[in-house]
Design a protein around this ligand. Sequence first.
Ligand code: ADP
Length: 485
Amino acid sequence: MTLKVLSVASEAVPLVKTGGLADVAGALPAALARHKVDVTTLVPGYPAVGRAIGKGKLLHKWPSLLGEPARLLANKLGEQQLLVLDAPALFAREGGPYSDPSGKDWPDNWHRFAAFARAAADIAGGAVKGRSFDLVHVHDWQAAMTPAYLRFAPVKGGRDVPSTITIHNMAFQGYYDAAIFPQLGLPKSAWSMDGVESYGGVGFLKAGMQSADAITTVSPTYAGEIRSAEFGMGLEGIVLARSNRVHGILNGIDPAEWNPASDPHLAANYGAGKLAARKRNKRALELEFGLDKDDGPLFVVISRLTWQKGMDVLLEVLDHLVGIGGRLALLGSGDAAIEKDFQAAAKRHPGRIGVRIGYDEALSHRMQGGGDAILVPSRFEPCGLTQLYGLAYGCVPVVSRTGGLADTVIDANPAALAAGVATGIQMNAVTFPALAMAVSRTAELYARIDQWKRLQQNGMKADFSWDASGAAYAALYRQLVEGRG
Ligand code: ADP
């Protein structure tokens, strides 16, 4: 039997993206189609969405969705089936999906994403004629109120659909003052520790974790880590209490987007058997970043420039990286102080460090295709995608041993090298000595040409397609639907 699933996400490739969530929400439908799961994705009607796909077909109108008029529009993008929540008062704004053009969070984000979740619960509950779903799958805090609405304020006479929530990052919880509670359209019974209340306020992610039938996160190691206070960030108690419902399912990568043999962004395409062709990409990258041409390792970073990503520690290690003959090309944006420090480092090390502040999808492909090693020194990393792209592109990942980084990279220790299975370099902690040592180890391995080539080839041959993860999600969905049946 084909299952019909409503996936609820505040960003999805190729419509709008700020991070890995968008990659996953965009890739899931195709990954699940192979397992007889028919996914429709609900996204907010940001201006970028309208620009990308036009208006669509009107399916439903809300005269007042948590106080604002809204419409539901059906549309298609390639094979993706989309539902767009058109609510101009909430979403017709320029800027990011969560912030104004200057990067400041919109003050009414709680309202925007509570309304989004209310709409999702209505749709899943059968309020929209001609659309029914067997299960609703919500992503992150922005969609997390959906299971709470289904549980505490379901559509009258509607369907009792099971729900599952995926946590892409526990650090973003959607936590708001208790004063918003009366405006959420929930009964008083929802204001409890078992409902939406969280440390005296309203916790969107918490509410979803408490109310959904299952909780998934994006790697097995992170699923274990969030049981501790360090990674659970206040919600570890719920993870522990509901631990028999918590699953870790690794993200895959979309081979249509990320394949060095066919990537249109690269100067030269290549495969594991044709690695020499990468040289052209490396030269092009050196030129693009104004870096010296030499035979040392070219490190790359493609990242949000934040504490989570260990970028403050990387800043400390730059002199060492340059001192051992390395170069760095960095693309990212984030904390203003970190951005400034990287720009200053580039000035201090002309020809050795090149920095591009901003967001540039095409450049990120060129960096994976031309860099020798990608640095991902995250303090925590639920799954991480850039190391997976690095593996697929022969841009050897140098990562901290946490979350999805621990689950996807095999450290080039002597045993792994002897067995011929290593794919990258791991460090134990995100500290100056650990990162400096990882950079040195990378340079030493890079100098042993055959060993380096083997690392690259092992990574390129590893399977990080969605096959296994798609099957795992499909199995979970069926289990939840049968549980209700
Ligand atoms: P997170 O979601 O925590 O930011 P992930 O590694 O899971 O980290 O996903 C980040 C995604 O965003 C990857 O697809 C990465 O290539 C992309 N990305 C991050 N920063 C940039 C940037 N400045 N320009 C282009 N792509 C970027």
